[in-house]
Design a protein around this ligand. Sequence first.
Ligand code: GDP
Length: 458
Amino acid sequence: MDTIAAISTAMGEAGIGIVRMSGKESLSIASNVFKGKTIENFKEAINRRLTYGYIYDPEDGTIVDEVLIVYMKKPHTYTREDIVEIYCHGGVIAVKKILEILLKNGARLAEPGEFTKRAFLNGRLDLSQAEAVIDLIKAKTDKSYSVSLNQLEGSLSIKVNEIRKILLNMLAHIEVSIDFPEEDVEEVTYDELLKDSQKVLEEIDKLLSTAERGKILREGLNTVILGKPNVGKSSLLNAILRENRAIVTDIPGTTRDIIEEYVNIEGIPLKIIDTAGIRDTEDLVEKLGVDRAKNVVEKADLIIAVFDASRSLTKEDEDIINIVKEKRSIVLLNKTDLPNEYDVEELSNYIPDKKIISTSIANGEGIEELEKTIVDMFYSGEVELSGEAIVTNMRHTDMLNRARKNIIDVISGIEMNVPLDCIEVDVKNCWNHLGEISGETVSEDILDKIFSEFCIGK
Ligand code: GDP
């Protein structure tokens, strides 16, 4: 594999920047462009010891920056290859110049995620762990961070491998029965297979039951605030933003080149969708018939619908009530400080099974209850996340669903006394689908897709 290089720190004004190189030429490229204060030839660098000196352009001898540099000898490195890291001045120019010089001297610009991809290909991480690295970088709250960290430590891989072990055992049993087809062996086999399959199904279901929470932790709870003009939506948004740290993330280099805003509500990243649209909600409500607005509502995990108690219900309110009935939503009856046209009880006639909170957003009343309701909804009585495996990734959920279908086919095959070699096919498929989570049975284009979501330099 060729030697790759990239800027590993974010571009912008900063104290230091890091340029990283991985591959067998790392040391020799570095020694061509580095002059140490104490080491004449960087090829003599001591493994993992920082060296002070200058990066220069060997072509004309000009000095580019004053740096610290370290050589990390394989295999005990992130990529399992030789790595050189250069700690230079921050800002945009120094890192760029140093990168250019490395490229001019034989390194190739790394693709997004290529360092981590090498770590995976060289067996340092399995695929779900590599994916956890992206999630760690992109984590929005402490909780999503700690779930990713668990996954990086292998919590998901361990669970998936346990299930695959049962499947492997089943395959071995089937082989034996096919090779020695005496009547009684076969019967025992069917019994054992059924027991094992049920255990596999149970374990897959356990993992899948965490998937919704996992997705929200990873991607945020897509939230839309709906209400006719002047009910208090902007005031609500501001109140939420004021009380909770807003996290703005910028996702460069992906197809979704947009700024996303998250609010951290007790560890739950609330992603307020299309804030611009919401600030301009007359639009949104009017255009509810229009596809784009419909999409926004459809994509939402949570609708917060705001009604104004000081004005009677209108046709626009009815439209919103109809949406609220269909979706997971929390209803706010706002402006309860003003003389009221109707109350919670009346509103609940239209939406009997939704929680209605009476608020006076202008006075900060009811916001806390709203937040508590969101948190309760999210955890819905479940215990705090700890070291358990949580499925946060759509790809993993997809594979688990496929494996689930396979094992259900196995179970019904056994119940119908289908020949063992037919059952074997489904067991194998189940085993393979689970293997895609850890990357043991994954195809090249899926790998490319996964790593392309990384930032460059990781
Ligand atoms: P939006 O059009 O839905 O975004 O509504 P705004 O948040 O802009 O609020 C419209 C008006 O209602 C503003 O003048 C707010 O100050 C006011 N308002 C919002 N919430 C309350 C409330 O709970 N009580 C009262 N009395 N006024 C409120």
